[in-house]
Design a protein around this ligand. Structure first.
Ligand SMILES: Nc1ncnc2c1ncn2[C@@H]1O[C@H](COP(=O)(O)OP(=O)(O)OP(=O)(O)O)[C@@H](O)[C@H]1O
Ligand SMILES: [Mg+2]
Length: 463
């Protein structure tokens, strides 16, 4: 694509003007501040409207009433944009006003969706490295899913971290085992404990307060039965409660006899239980030795229980020790396995990287891109650095940077089969040896000591 004519009105601080290029190279020269870059910005203004084309007033505010307008006649199509006083963008194709969507679609198709990338050689080298890299891999390398070594590395780190905690945990358990007293034979201790428990139960039964309480309760019950019998004895009727006639003497005597027998039985039982209670109480009271024995049996039981508990503790600790040792073994096996997987993945990834780097670089003449760098640790990291003869772009001289930028641009336009007019700022900085012969129409912006001057290179005819 070439430009035949650029026309502008009310554009920034430029006086209204035009460049009639007819597809030829154009040199725009002039002193600093003469308006060269303003002219260069007409192209992105018309295509994308991203440029603030209104002038600033003394307060730094844009002059709203200004209506910047610019038209670019390419070979084959004329595009025009104007910004109204109300800051509305109006767009035109070949003199006909069209909606923003129609206009933008047209521009997208004309520029291959690459924006101003193909208009300015320095645009790509100034992208962030990641953007450069993604662009190169997307367009210049075969689609490939790189092996995810980082994911495997993370897993390895996690396993190693887990494995590293095990020796300390084993040591802690061994320390606890050492501190535990579990000498002797657990079965024999259990036997002794059973015997003591039996003895304890017996002693307790003998001095049982429960039994005393039980007897007291029974005595009280019998006493109230006896009292009831006495009451009944005293209140036994001698006359019929209904007719008042005297009851037969034998019947009365029989009733009294029955009550009396029951009462005597109760009294005898009370007596028997009291004796039993007394015996129990006297036993509990006088038996100081029993008390001592009971206490010593109790402490014997708790000592044996403690010893048995230690055996259980030791068994638990041993179980945990076994588990940890098994975990340690399986973790280490997993680590070894993963290490070999990583080594293989790394190798595959390196091959993939080399292949994609080669396929990218095959498409540039001078520039070689470094897409991966090896760290001192041996790890490989993604990067993107254009180089010429091994010198990275950031260290190249100004002219060499230009050469690299043009080489990159050339590869891009070959790839996308698009050729745009180039806007080259600071063109006075480059000597012949840095110039790369490009077929493009060139708008060269040069600083000179003169007024703004626009000259069309009549010697180079449009292709
Ligand atoms: N939107 C704007 N409104 C008004 N003045 C502007 C605007 N943008 C830039 N200017 C001014 O216009 C003048 C021309 O600027 P421009 O950047 O085009 O000059 P230049 O020729 O490229 O200079 P240099 O050689 O220093 O790059 C400058 O004085 C600048 O401050
Ligand atoms: Mg400038």
């Amino acid at each position: 694509m070439k430009i035949n004519r650029i026309v502008w009105q009310n554009f920034k601080c430029l006086p209204d003007g035009e460049i009639v290029a007819n597809g030829r190279n154009v040199t725009i020269s002039g002193r600093n501040g003469s308006g060269k870059s303003s002219i260069a910005s007409i192209l992105p203004f018309v295509l994308f409207g991203r440029v603030d084309a209104k002038s600033f007033d003394a307060q730094g505010l844009t002059i709203g009433t200004q209506t910047p307008t610019a038209t670019i006649e390419f070979d084959g199509i004329t595009l025009k944009r104007l910004v109204t006083a109300g800051n509305k963008n109006r767009t035109f194709i070949d003199g006909k006003e069209v909606t923003a969507t129609v206009f933008n679609t047209k521009v997208f198709n004309l520029t291959g969706g690459l924006g101003t990338l193909l208009f300015n050689p320095f645009e790509f080298p100034n992208y962030a490295w990641k953007v450069q890299r993604d662009f190169l891999l997307e367009h210049f390398a075969p689609k490939e899913n790189f092996v995810d070594v980082a994911g495997l590395d993370d897993e390895l780190k996690r396993l190693r971290k887990d494995a590293a905690t095990i020796p300390a945990r084993i040591e802690e358990i061994n320390r606890q085992l050492n501190d535990l007293d579990f000498s002797g034979d657990a079965a024999e201790i259990q036997q002794r404990l059973n015997a003591l428990n039996e003895r304890f139960a017996k002693l307790q039964a003998e001095s049982s307060e429960e039994q005393q309480k039980f007897l007291t309760r029974q005595i009280r019950q019998l006493e109230s039965t006896r009292d009831e019998l006495r009451r009944r004895y005293r209140s036994t009727k001698t006359h019929c409660p209904t007719c008042g006639a005297a009851l037969p003497k034998e019947k009365i005597a029989e009733t009294l006899e029955r009550i009396s027998v029951e009462g005597k039985r109760a009294s005898a039982e009370i007596e028997r239980l009291r004796n039993q209670l007394e015996t129990l109480q006297s036993k509990a009271n006088f038996s100081v030795e029993r008390g001592q024995e009971l206490r010593s049996v109790q402490s014997g039981i708790s000592e044996l229980n403690r010893q048995l508990y230690n055996f259980k503790q030791a068994a638990n600790l041993r179980k945990r020790l076994e588990q940890l040792t098994a975990d340690d073994k399986s973790l280490n096996a997993k680590i070894v396995e993963l290490e070999s997987q990583i080594a293989q993945a790394q190798e595959r990834r390196n091959r993939q990287m080399k292949a994609s780097e080669d396929s990218v670089n095959a498409q540039f003449k001078f520039v070689k891109f470094k897409l991966f760098k090896t760290l001192a640790s041996g790890d490989i990291r993604e990067t993107c650095e254009p180089m010429i003869y091994g010198v990275p772009y950031s260290s190249l001289s100004k002219g060499e940077k230009f050469k690299a930028a043009c080489d990159i641009l050339n590869a891009f336009q070959t790839k996308f089969n698009l050729e745009m007019p180039l806007m080259i700022d600071d063109a006075e900085s480059y000597t012949r040896n840095s110039l790369v012969t490009l077929p493009n129409q060139i708008f060269a912006f040069k600083v000179t000591e003169s007024e703004l001057d626009i000259s069309v290179d009549e010697s180079r005819a449009a292709a």
